[in-house]
Design a protein around this ligand. Structure first.
Ligand SMILES: [Zn+2]
Length: 380
């Protein structure tokens, strides 16, 4: 394999030397409007060197030199809007505000003030420049992991990550476990006194916003599984939730029972919810909850295929209408609280806020802290 690598490096020299004929910095790829609003875009290279973007197989293949996996630049462009320019002085590759710079044959590239090694220098095959995926993307701040047990290389990156305070490493760490969660997670037993409150639908924006603020007052987090139509109507509430560090999850666009629509329509519902959130500058990935908990194994596979993890719940705090009351919900939480439990509530009226305002001080006094789903899962 070493001989092969050297051959490729020689090829690189020849091809880059050809590029050096260009007198000045020459933009090779037009800076088309790539979708960089969705901050969670996943490139997977499987062991056959097939390349997948957010679960969709692309027409191009990766290459392998020793342990190094290289992908065509057009993959990086399609996934994250990467552009590059080559010149006789230096080559530059840009993603968002990050710029990697290298000189044609150099075994290193620079990122800001730091130098990073290429295991294999970028090389061209036909019109395509191949870039070592992990070597470039990890220093640029991407999440890079190997899926178990498939051995697929997975890379998630967003231009938003460096800028936004809501990057959650714990959430990203779950990527490696996506295939290992067979059914919706309902609780995670452990010694730590943590509880994960989750809020579905959120039809009442005022109740939702007040709950987000309340958890913040307790230095805690919670999770909101939002419906796309609600998010579209109240983007300011969504932004505030994210600003306070809470998790946003996907609860479909318009809240149908998945068991009553086609699989294709169900997948569309998940994607449409994510698109609404992307339009606000946030993401619902990677957590999903079924409306009405109407789910089965086949439907859960659709969720997984869309790149989401299904989150269940151990207890719903509300009784059915018309028996809903603050007293009943508070009693339910008192009865079923245990370390690692996931509760679900529905802030479709201010009643849910009143329940939380009543119970949080009591739980805090008992030593509980309040965690989002990503924080809960990161404790396994
Ligand atoms: Zn719901």
């Amino acid at each position: 394999m070493i001989g092969n690598g050297k051959l490729l490096q020689r090829l690189t020299v020849v091809l880059l030397a050809t590029c050096f004929l260009a007198p000045l910095v020459l933009p090779v790829m037009p800076a088309q409007a790539a979708d960089t609003t969705s901050w969670f875009r996943l490139v997977t290279v499987d062991t056959n060197l097939d390349v997948w973007l957010n679960g969709t197989k692309l027409s191009m293949q990766a290459k392998r030199c020793g342990d190094t996996v290289l992908v065509p630049l057009s993959v990086l462009h399609q996934a994250w809007g990467v552009t590059y320019a080559l010149s006789n002085v230096c080559s530059a590759l840009s993603i968002g505000d990050s710029h990697a710079v290298w000189q044609g044959r150099s075994p290193i590239y620079r990122l800001g003030q730091q130098e990073f090694p290429w295991d294999v220098a970028p090389f061209m095959v036909g019109a395509q420049l191949y870039i070592p995926l992990r070597e470039l993307m990890e220093p640029m701040g991407a999440f890079v992991g190997t899926a178990k047990p498939s051995g697929d290389l997975i890379v998630a990156y967003s231009t938003q990550w460096q800028k936004q305070p809501w990057l959650r490493q714990a959430q990203l760490a779950q990527l490696e476990k996506i295939d290992q969660i067979p059914m919706g997670v309902k609780s995670l037993a452990g010694r730590a006194k943590v509880v994960a409150f989750t809020f579905d639908d959120n039809w009442d924006p005022e109740a939702t916003a007040r709950i987000a603020e309340l958890f913040h007052q307790y230095n805690g987090h919670c999770t909101f599984f939002v419906v796309g139509t609600m998010a579209r109507a109240h983007p300011e509430v969504i932004r505030e939730i994210v600003r306070l560090g809470h998790d946003i999850g996907n609860h479909t666009l318009s809240h149908p029972a998945a068991t009553k629509i086609t699989g294709t329509d169900f997948a569309k519902q998940i994607r449409a919810c994510e698109q609404v959130l992307n339009g606000i500058g946030v993401t619902s990935r990677p957590y999903f909850r079924f409306p009405y908990f109407a789910q089965d194994k086949h439907l859960m596979k659709i969720v997984t295929d869309q790149g989401f993890v299904t989150i269940g719940s151990a207890w719903t705090i509300e009784d059915t209408e018309p028996n809903r009351s603050v007293a009943h919900s508070v009693a339910t939480i008192r009865r079923f609280i245990s370390p690692g439990v996931i509760f679900v509530a529905h802030p479709n009226s201010t009643m849910t806020y009143t329940v939380m305002k009543t119970i949080l001080p009591e739980l805090a006094a008992r030593g509980y802290s309040f965690v989002s789903v990503s924080e809960l899962l990161s404790r396994r």
